[in-house]
Structure formats: C-alpha cells, structure tokens
Design a binder for this molecule. Structure first.
Ligand code: M6R
Length: 629
C-alpha cells in the first residue's frame, strides 16, 4: 500500500525523506515521489514510476533542497502506475499533498472543480483534494462552502475534510505557509515522529527510525499541524485540541536491515524461535497461562464466553482456522472463522455470549477494521432475530498502537517485531501461539494435566522450531522439483488443513506458481482429476489421529502417477520411493504441530521463489498492509 513521509526540520530534508521511502518499500508500491519547498519559496518536485531507486537516480540528477518536504510511495488505485499519477500532487504549484487511501466522492468534487476552471494533471482522486484545500486556503467562505480562513492551512484542510468521504492519511504543505505541514488520518494510519527541534509524519513508524524513536500514534479523525512556532499541535475529530501520548519504539532499528540474510523473508523465517519465545514471555507461570495475559477485565469476560467468532484476512485468517480446531477440541467452544471482507457485509446472527476476535499483523487491514466496527455496532442493539450483541472484542495484533488494538476491548500483542517481507511468516506463527494462549485461557477446566502438558510443550517450542529450521538445506534441494512447475497441490487434514492453505498461499504469493490446498479427504471429490506427473503434491503428515486416513489419500495420488512430497514426523512409517519424497519434521505435541509444520512450507516457497528469481520481499501486485477495501 501507499506510504507517506514528511519532515519539517532545520536541515535539508531530502535525505530523511528518501531514507523514509526506502524503509516503506516493503509495503508494496509502483511509483514514488517527493516535493520540498526550496529557499526561493517554490515547490520543487521529483517523481518516478517504479522503484524508489528510480526516484533516487532522478534526485542524483536534480537534487531537491529544502527544510520542509513530503514524500510518497504509491500503490495504484485510481489511475495506472505512472509518473503523472505519482504523488505528491500539486495545486497551482503552490500546494503539495501526499495521500494514502481512497476518496469515494472524488468524481462529483472533480466535476465541481473543473466547472470552476481547474485543469487536472492526473487521473487520481488525490489531486481533487489538493485543489480543494488550495481553494479553501485562498478563499474564505466561498460559495462552494470551502470555508477556510484565508492563509490558514489547518482550517483549509479541515474544511476540505468535511467535504470528502472515504479513507485517508494525508500530509499537505503550502508555499504560502512555508513552515507548516498539516496531516490528517481517517481509516489509514499516520504517526507523528517527535524529534529534537524537528518533527515528522509517516504512515509507519519504521520510516522514521533513522531520525527518532519517539512516536505519537494519531487517532481516527485527528488532524495535526507541525510548525516551527508551536511544534506539534493535534486536534481531535471534534476540532478540539487533543493530548496524545508519546510512545518510545522498543524494537530498535535492526528490523529495518536484512543483516546476514539475502532477503527479509528468510531473516523473518529464522527469527521465529526468538519471537515465539518473546510472545510467550511473561504470559506463562509454572504450568498455566497467566490470567493477566489478556489485560484487565479479561477473566470476567472469558468466564462468560460460550461461542467465539474469529475474523481476519489472508494469512491471519489461516491462523484463525487453526484456532477453531483448538477452541472446539480443548475449550469446547463452538467457533466460527470468517474472512473479514465477507463478514462485514453479512447479516451476522450473534448467539448469546459470543466473543469477537480479530487477527491481524498490521492492525490496519481495512476489511478487518471494518469488521470490528460492524461487530461493535451489533453490541449495542438486539438484531431482528432476537440475537444479542457481542460480549466483547479482542484483537490479536503485532503492531502496538494500531487502530485494531485501540478500538478493541482487549488486545493481546504478538511480539514478532516489525515484519518487512510482504509474505507473512513470523506474524503467523506468533498469532498461533497467541491463539493457543487464548484457547487455554477460555477453557472452563483450568490447571489440569492437559494445560500443564501444553504449557510445557509451548515452553519447548522455540527449541523444536530451531530444529525445524535445520531442514533448510534439504528443502532448498527439494525446491528444484517445483521451480519449473506451473501448479502445485497442498494437502492436510485437521489442523494441518489450514497449514496446507498457508503453504499454498506462500507459494503463489512469492513464486507466482498456482497452488491450491485441499483437506486431503476432499481429493477424490474433484481435485484428483488434476493429478499427473506435472502436478507436485505436498502433504503435511504429522503423527496424529488422522495420519492413517491421510496415508490412504496419499496412495490415491501415487496410484495416479502424482509426485508426492511429504512432510512427516519421524515416527510416520513412510519410505521414500520414486515418486515419493519424505522430509522429516521434528516431533512435537500434536496440537502444536501446525506451528512447527509451517516452517518447512515457508522455506519451500522461499527457495522456489529464489530459484525463479522473483522479488521475494516485494512480490508483484501485493502490499504489506492492505489499508483500502
Ligand atoms: O496485517 P494483516 O494480518 O491484517 O494482513 C492480512 C493479509 O493481508 C496478509 O496476511 C496477507 O495475506 C499476507 N501477504 C500473506 O502473506
């Protein structure tokens, strides 16, 4: 998705903005640009289609010099990826704006501006906002209700925000308000970086770690003004001045570098033992899960829970699917899991005493956030079928201060640290750990042998994952069998079915090989027709109660000449043969097996992508944090 960086400093800001853009590259984008106000009081701009490196080349030819500036990486929504559609957009060469999100009513506003003589340069919705703010800045109380105080950028932005519908984070500067940047957020994240005699805005704290570790996470509807005179001024949605806490970023800056690894994805795969240990830290005591893990009030709420609804997108949704098996088996709680983009538009019937859980790495995924808001709206009223509202909302999330955590009753933070690779890896396995903690906390019988055994297994999990990472070499060899293929099939049963889905998602995301996942028992109901020597079939086969059934399914594949790649526990009696390759995964409690079996599948997709030469960390067309619907 798009990224924003803005800086108001006493030094030249080009380097700060460029470094910020590089740090935002992981979010996915197709063009980049920057504008600064130079010493002559003029806006100077450079934009380029493609990577930030292309913009950097242009800046080498024509550097931008100024002590105030804004910059952007664009992920196309309105209008194709091109230099002319890249941000910043200008109005009359006096105002510059960068914007994340979508302005839904831009068409009537554009017609209105065109009727007023404005000529548009781009196809974007953002340029409409540029001209509206500029017009409000120049004309007080015009016939078009612009309503800004002449020369007051803050008032002009506010007056314009009143007229636009949709989601946005934006940063605006004006040549006639030379030491001010105004930012606003609604539906898209924006943080203020607090420096010493210099301040910044960004859509992601990571973009600013080279200049500060102190951040203010703006809230929905906030407008902020950075200026030399008053530093940072924040105004809430009602227009009143607001105090927001300053947070110190605790993950250090190492997350922004690949270290010894060739790709962020590989680094993040290898971080999993450590980040899972961090996610467990302070949440286990002796042989049980600490009651305080989910925050104040959680215990009283959990005691009443009779059902669970889990809503998420993509990889996070797969984590929710695993949790359904756990919650039903261990806690006896009927559980429904749904993708957020479907849930939010459905007439959901909410049974009595249902806990609503969202899962998200970023905490800013537009569909998941909208689902939470929809769920909360159900909490206030009985539905037409006499159903109740939700008992409470819980977010399991990786980004502190994100919208999802702020808007939920309870939040459990995973401790994966910043995840830069677009393909989610460590965020997924830490979500699974958090969901196991939730499952154990929701059990009516607590402190029994099952809990003791699982807590012990959780403590040993980082070591098991370390052993699983030792499979890297053999998996790299195995990946050669996939690199030339166009399709692949993943099979699993029970908790391993969502892991098969996740393995298929990883493969298609970064290697662009079409991959499907099926519960192994479904094979003969259709997908078996696809099986031939050109279709590699990956099976996830831990030593669990469904193993014998899975083995029969694998025979069905072999009998049709399919090439099988089985990830199995050492105890599983499967002997490698011509069209059957077996890779042994370290043993673990069967309920935690989905976490362990995820790692070899991540490594497989990684090595296939490397062989194919794709952009592993920033796969085509994808964005890290999907903040538009
Ligand atoms: O930040 P979230 O967990 O809410 O993101 C949800 C999905 O967009 C995300 O998991 C996506 O599917 C990943 N690219 C998968 O690797």
């Amino acid at each position: 998705m798009c990224g924003i960086v803005a800086a108001l400093a006493a030094r030249n800001v080009q380097g700060i903005l460029l470094e910020g853009l590089k740090r935002l590259e992981y979010r996915g984008y197709d063009s980049a640009g920057m504008a600064v106000l130079n010493a002559a009081g003029e806006l100077a701009r450079q934009r380029a289609k493609g990577k930030v490196a292309a913009l950097e080349e242009k800046l080498e030819q024509g550097a931008l010099t100024g002590r105030i500036g804004i910059a952007h990486t664009r992920w196309a929504t309105h209008g194709k990826p091109s230099e002319v559609n890249a941000h910043p957009h200008l109005a009359r060469e006096r105002l510059a704006i960068v914007h994340n999100g979508i302005i839904e009513n831009f068409e009537p506003l554009k017609r209105e501006l065109e009727a007023d003589g404005v000529v548009f340069e781009s196809e974007t919705d953002t340029e409409v906002v540029a001209h509206l703010i500029d017009r409000a800045f120049r004309h007080r109380d015009s016939a078009n209700q612009d309503g800004g105080e002449t020369g007051d950028l803050l008032a002009a932005v506010r007056a314009t925000l009143d007229r636009i519908d949709g989601a946005y984070a934006l940063a605006v500067m004006h040549a006639d308000a030379p030491r001010e940047i105004v930012g606003a957020r609604k539906g898209s994240p924006l943080v203020v970086g607090v420096g010493i005699d210099e301040n910044f805005l960004a859509s992601d704290a990571l973009a600013l770690l080279q200049v500060t570790d102190r951040f203010i996470y703006l809230q929905e509807g906030d407008v902020v003004r950075l200026s030399d005179v008053n530093g940072i001024e924040i105004f809430a949605a009602d227009g009143q001045p607001a105090e927001r806490p300053v947070h110190t970023y605790e993950h250090g800056d190492s997350a922004a570098s690949r270290g010894e690894y060739r790709h962020f994805m590989l680094k993040e795969i290898h971080e999993q033992p450590a980040v899972i240990a961090a996610t467990l830290e302070g949440r286990l005591s002796g042989s049980h899960v600490l009651e305080s893990s989910f925050g104040v009030g959680a215990r009283a709420l959990f005691d009443q829970v009779k059902q669970v609804h889990i809503v998420a997108c993509g990889t996070s949704y797969h984590a929710g699917m695993v949790a359904r098996y756990w919650l039903e088996k261990l806690a006896g709680l009927p559980t429904q899991v749904e993708v957020a983009s479907e849930y939010r538009y459905r007439e959901v019937v909410v049974p009595e005493n249902t806990l609503f859980v969202t899962l998200s790495q970023s905490g800013e995924t537009a569909d998941t956030l909208a689902a939470l808001r929809y769920a909360k709206s159900r909490a206030d009223s009985l539905d037409e079928h006499g159903g109740q509202g939700y008992l409470g909302t819980l977010a399991i999330c990786n980004v502190p201060g994100s919208s999802l955590t702020r808007e939920s009753d309870l939040a459990l933070m995973t401790q994966a640290g910043p995840e830069i690779g677009v393909a989610s890896t460590k965020a997924f396995t830490t979500q699974l750990v958090a969901l196991m903690l939730l499952t154990l906390s929701l059990r009516k019988t607590r402190g029994d042998e099952r809990e003791t055994a699982l807590v012990q297994a959780l403590r040993g999990l980082p070591a098991v994952l370390d052993s699983a990472l030792a499979m890297d070499g053999p998996i790299a060899q195995l990946s050669e069998a996939f690199a030339e293929k166009h399709h692949a099939l993943f099979l699993g049963r029970g908790t391993q079915f969502p892991i098969a889905l996740e393995g298929a998602l990883k493969l298609k995301e970064i290697s662009y090989i079409h991959a499907e996942a099926y519960p192994a028992g479904e094979l003969k109901h259709g997908p078996l027709a696809l099986v031939d020597a050109d279709m590699p079939v990956v099976a996830v086969a831990p030593n669990d109660e469904l193993l014998e059934k899975l083995k029969s399914n694998l025979q069905e594949v072999r009998a049709r000449g399919g090439e099988l790649f089985v990830f199995a526990d050492e105890g599983v009696a499967l002997t490698a043969a011509d069209n059957l390759r077996v890779l042994h995964v370290p043993p673990v409690d069967e309920l935690l097996a989905p976490i362990v079996y995820t790692l070899p599948l991540q490594l497989l997709s990684y090595h296939v992508a490397v062989l194919k030469g794709t952009d592993v960390d920033q796969p085509r067309n994808l964005a890290k944090s999907v903040t538009v619907e």
